[in-house]
Structure formats: C-alpha cells, structure tokens
Design a protein around this ligand. Structure first.
Ligand code: GLU
Length: 474
C-alpha cells in the first residue's frame, strides 16, 4: 500500500517550530517510503482565521523544500484540500454517523452532563425540534461500556475506558465541523495511512477511533510527537520571539540549518548530524522518534548555522550576505568583507552590528588603546600610528593582505616593538571598537587606502589632544 501522510495546519499566521517539525516528519515518512505527502488546510475555526495565514503556510513549505504532492492548487483527486470547502461532505457523513448510532443531535444550550440527555430523545422529538428551528449541534455518541485501545508508534499501547471519553461536538451550531470530526472524515477520504501530529491529540485518539469503527473504516497508523520545549519547564513562546520558523529566519538562521536542526529534535539519526533534506529522507526511521519532550537548544542551532555558513563557497556566501550590506554606504571591498565574515559569522542578523564601524568609526575612546596583553597604551599607540601613517602614505598594495602583514611586522621589528603593539592601535584607530571582524590588515583592506588613512590621521589628532590635556592636568 502506498504510504500517504498529511500535514494539516490551521492557518494561524504562525509556523511554530513544533508544527514545522510535524510537517517535516510527515514529509520524511512519505518520501522515505516513496509515498505521498499531502497538505490540508484546517480552517474550520473561522474565528481564529488570520488573513494571509494560508499563504504563509505555502510559502514556508516551498522555502524549506517540503513540497507537497497533493494539496490546494495541486489536486490528486481527493480534494478540495481546504476544509471550509468540504462542508457538504462533513454534513453527509455526519448524517451517516447519526444513522449508524455514532452521533446524535443535541439541543442543549450547554452540556456539562456526562451523559447527554439528548441521547434519550426519540426520532419524533428530534424531528419536531428540527422543524421548530431550535439551534442544535451534532455530538458524538460514546458507548458507556467497554474500552478502546490502539497502538501508537511512539507512545505504544494506549487503552481507555469508553465512559471516560466525553461526547464532544462534531458539527457546531454554525454548521462547521470541529477538528474532532473533520479530520477523521478527511483522513479516511484522502486515504491517509500515517497520521503524524502533536501528542496533544493522543488522549482524544480513542474517540476518533470509535468514529472509524462505527463507519467500519480502517484506522491509520498513529505517530504522536512530543512537544518541543524551551527548557524543562518553559514552552517556546510567541512572545519571546523564539517559537516560530519566521522568528528564526528573522534572526538570521538559514533554512537548511533550521530544517536540519528540527529534524534532530526528538529523533535520532546516525553520528553525522549535518544532514541535507535528502540525507534525512534516506535515514529517517519512525522507530527512532523519542517520546521525551525535545528541548530546543539555540546554541546547537547556532553551531549548525555556522557549520552551514562555513561550508558555502565564498561566492555563494557573498551572494547570500550581500543583501545584508544595504546599510553600508562607504565604497568598500565587499568581497573582502565577506571573506572576513564567513569564518566568524553566527547568523545573518549579526552582520549589521559586526559591520557598523564601516560607514564611520565609533567615537574616540581612549581606553581602548590600553590593552594589557598587547602591551599598549595611548602613548605607545600614538607613536605607532604616526609611524604607520608615514609608511602607509607611500604604500600602494592595500588589497594585498600578505604585503600589509609584512609591512607591519617589519615596522615592529625595526622599532623594537611587538607585533600586537603595532596591530592593536591600528585596529582601534580604524574602528574605535574592541571587537571587530578581522584584524588591522583585513580592515585596512576592506576600507581601502583613503578611508584608512583618514581614520588613522583622525586617531593621531585625538590621541595627541588627549595626551596634551593629560599633561596639562599633571
Ligand atoms: N489542525 C490541527 C493542528 O494544527 C492538525 C492536527 C493534526 O495534524 O491532525 O493542530
């Protein structure tokens, strides 16, 4: 039998990491088995409907490469794939379920009773109430004896007493079905073989199975997934901006790294953790899904993101980061900037702060020139910068890092200085920052001759003034 899975998101405008992982596992199970991956939009809760939310789902799946074989705009013969367009089907099957004794009309205004009094209504009473246009819902009828059990691929054998299951609403008074009903009908009609979803549905699954049984339909294989949490006690939350695919993209994580990382959240693969979508398809095994809640480790995602960034060719990296250089107005060597950033960048969002000294250096900060390890202070720095300025004026190899290094090292040697005593003040003069991507040579290369000399000259003025003022006070 061909394996068919479905991803069935509700259009909430938000792709929670746990949801994306569900989509990914649905996709991997289908593709590992040459099966079909289906997208179904579960939009029956009209109050929760958010504009543009469905497009966002298409976009995320497209972007991450989780292409569906069937879904909206891709008919495989069992559509429509948007639940609000299937209302007639739900009504048809609801009536059928009533006829089979698996559901009943309920006219109660609220229903707190364990046993719904409407189950006792005679056919005649029902017909009368219907003809009087009394609002109603259709509820599931649950047998008050016996047990229902099933085998979950992750959680194992589950058995519940039927009398503990509540007679939930299947069709609401507005005529829309609830999730509890619609998904059963759809999963059956869409020939879904494997239902993959969050474990919040685990305890209701016996109820869904009762519906399957009443209809005499084959039940799917169930794969309930544990939640993805922030830590032992906290959920990932929308408010902290750490819970959705969009949040992570916004922070500058690559889609490949996100997909790779979330695949590992709750499922084990081989020793090698860097896996492309194809590797994941090949290696995925339902048996390796864990039932322990997964902890979302942002540090690990960072590491994974760095790994992906480092793996790119310089050209590809340059192309990827170029849009993040928009704030840079100086005419600089952008390729050199990419070369310097590639081994250091953690996530794309950091580019802005890492390169914020390029348009103009930070304000003069004398304390930066005092560096214990480098054995520098404002006085030694001033001397070095004066020396450097003299030599750099006539130097014409600003794009040759090796020659720049040679120049600085020989200047250090000829003047009895340590390399750091030369390099550090140059770096500070060029940026007025203690943390920069790349050292003196690379920054000179990026900024070019004119800008570098301008900044060194300004640093000389600032340091001279500072030292003079200090002397006056002494
Ligand atoms: N619409 C449900 C949700 O977003 C889907 C659950 C399922 O996959 O069955 O939670």
């Amino acid at each position: 039998m061909k394996i068919r899975t479905r991803f069935a998101p509700s259009p909430t405008g938000y792709m929670h990491i746990g949801n994306l992982r569900t989509a990914l596992y649905c996709y991997l199970i289908a593709k590992h088995n040459q099966g079909d991956f289906i997208l179904r939009i579960e939009d029956t809760d009209q109050q929760r409907e958010v504009e543009g939310a469905t497009d966002m789902i298409y976009q995320v799946l497209e972007e991450t490469g989780l292409h569906y074989d069937e879904g909206p705009h891709k008919d495989g013969g069992v559509g429509p794939y948007i639940q609000s367009q299937r209302l007639d089907l739900y009504h048809h099957y609801a009536q059928k379920l009533i006829d089979l004794g698996g559901a009943h009309y309920c006219f109660c205004e609220s229903n707190d009773n364990n046993i719904d009094p409407c189950t006792q209504l005679s056919e005649k009473e029902i017909e009368m109430k219907l003809s009087q246009n009394i609002p109603y819902v259709i509820r599931q009828t649950i047998p008050q004896t016996g047990t229902t059990s099933f085998e979950d691929e992750v959680y194992g054998y589950i058995e519940v007493e039927n009398q503990t299951l509540n007679e939930g609403i299947l069709i609401k008074s507005d005529g829309y079905p609830t999730y509890n009903f619609a998904h059963v009908i759809d999963d059956h009609l869409m020939k879904i073989t494997h239902v993959v979803r969050g474990n919040e549905y685990l305890s209701s699954t016996p109820k869904y199975n009762l519906t399957y049984e009443t209809f005499g339909w084959d039940k799917p294989t169930y794969i309930h997934l544990p939640p993805v949490n922030k830590d032992e006690t906290h959920k990932l939350s929308k408010r902290n901006g750490d819970a959705s695919y969009q949040d992570l993209k916004e922070q500058g994580y690559l889609k490949e790294a996100i997909i790779n990382y979330i695949a590992l959240l709750g499922c084990s693969f081989g020793d090698n953790e860097i896996l492309s979508l194809n590797d994941l398809i090949e290696q995925f095994d339902i048996k390796h899904i864990s039932k322990a809640p997964a902890i979302f480790d942002i540090e690990k995602l960072k590491w994974m993101n760095e790994t992906y960034l480092r793996k790119l060719s310089l050209q590809d990296f340059h192309q990827l980061v170029f849009p993040y250089y928009q704030h840079i107005t100086q005419d600089i060597d952008f390729l050199e900037l990419s070369l310097v950033l590639q081994p250091r960048l953690e996530k794309l969002k950091d580019i802005e702060t890492m390169t914020d000294f390029i348009n103009k250096p930070y304000p003069f900060d004398v304390s930066l020139y005092t560096h214990k390890k480098m054995k520098t202070n404002p006085e030694t720095s001033l001397k070095v910068l004066q020396l450097i300025e003299k030599h750099l004026k006539d130097f014409d190899n600003f794009t040759n890092d090796d020659l720049l290094v040679q120049l600085f090292i020989s200047l250090a040697k000829d003047n009895g200085l340590k390399n750091g005593q030369v390099m550090w003040p140059i770096r500070v003069a060029l940026t007025n920052k203690s943390l920069t991507p790349g050292g003196a040579v690379e920054i000179i290369h990026i900024l070019g001759q004119d800008e570098s000399l301008k900044r060194i000259h300004q640093a000389i003025i600032d340091l001279t003034l500072y030292i003079q003022r200090k002397k006056e006070i002494e």
